[in-house]
Write a protein that binds this ligand. Structure first.
Ligand code: NAD
Length: 245
């Protein structure tokens, strides 16, 4: 479904991102994954290689515009085009407001929102030049309902939806589509890090009766990245088994 497309996926070393890398590569895209540390990038590349999937990877600092601009030029020079950007890197929070420092709040906004802005800003000039492109963002079901603690996380995901809907309007005339997927509770390290007493009761309320798997989200990204979604932009696609946080 993505033959000859060049796709950059942030947070591609594990969880939802790694499964999206795998799914895009199996669908014949040239995938470049980004992670926060070179060791985890290399580990992910090794895993994929053992599965017969050749992928490239880097660990740029997503807040360093100069480094991002340089890397994007390098990728463009190497492949000739940049077709798909998946802004998936993210961190979560679950502490009550009185136990959350302003630095912790800033950190979550920096990774979940500012990095998404930075990546998008450096890729858009190439997509505008091509008059074509797809930008996909990882939101969350908490972007619709909020959550009872860890306010920085839903605040950041409401911002992700704002970026998605606004940029879809700004970039539509350049044939650049911008969409987000809003996962429910997905079986990754991020959820494993949350207290069991917080997650278990939530899983029991999911109408589809199970936790989501990274593959469920990767398949949604595959659809949105492909020409099957050629008239879909500005959408926040819920993939959550009808869970309500
Ligand atoms: P994960 O913790 O398994 O993976 C997070 C990824 O983000 C890793 O590849 C990591 O390297 C990268 N990352 C984290 N901090 C970074 C930084 N400072 N710079 C660069 N990269 C960084 O988590 P996941 O569950 O796969 O989450 C992926 C995305 O899905 C996140 O945006 C998350 O908010 C979202 N999400 C997850 C769930 C869930 O239930 N797991 C639900 C809704 C939304």
């Amino acid at each position: 479904m993505l033959e000859n497309k060049v796709a950059i996926i942030t947070g591609g070393t594990r969880g939802i991102g790694l499964e999206t890398v795998r799914t895009f590569a199996k669908n014949k895209a040239h995938v470049i994954l980004f992670g926060s540390r070179i060791e985890t990038v290399e580990k992910a590349l090794d895993t994929l290689k053992q599965e017969g999937l050749m992928v490239e990877g880097y660990a740029p600092n997503l807040t360093d515009m100069e480094a991002l601009e340089k890397l994007m030029k390098q990728i463009k020079d190497q492949y000739g085009h940049i077709d798909i950007l998946v802004n998936n890197a993210g961190i979560s929070a679950n502490k009550k407001i009185e136990n959350t420092s302003s630095e912790e709040f800033e950190r979550i906004m920096s990774v979940n929102v500012n990095a998404m802005f930075n990546m998008t800003k450096v890729v858009v000039p190439y997509m505008k030049e091509q008059q074509n492109g797809v930008i996909l963002n990882t939101s969350s079901m908490v972007s619709l309902y909020g959550q009872p603690s860890g306010v920085g996380y839903p605040a950041s995901k409401f911002a992700v939806n704002g970026l998605t809907k606004s940029l879809a309007r700004e970039l539509g005339s350049y044939h650049i589509r911008v969409n987000a997927v809003a996962p429910g509770i997905i079986n990754t390290d991020m959820v494993a890090a949350l207290p069991k007493e917080m997650i278990d009761p939530l899983i029991q309320t999911i109408p589809l009766g199970r936790i989501g798997e990274p593959k469920d989200i990767a398949n949604a990204f595959l659809y949105l990245a492909s020409d099957m979604a050629s008239y879909v932009t500005g959408t926040i696609l819920s993939v959550d088994g009808a869970a309500r946080s």
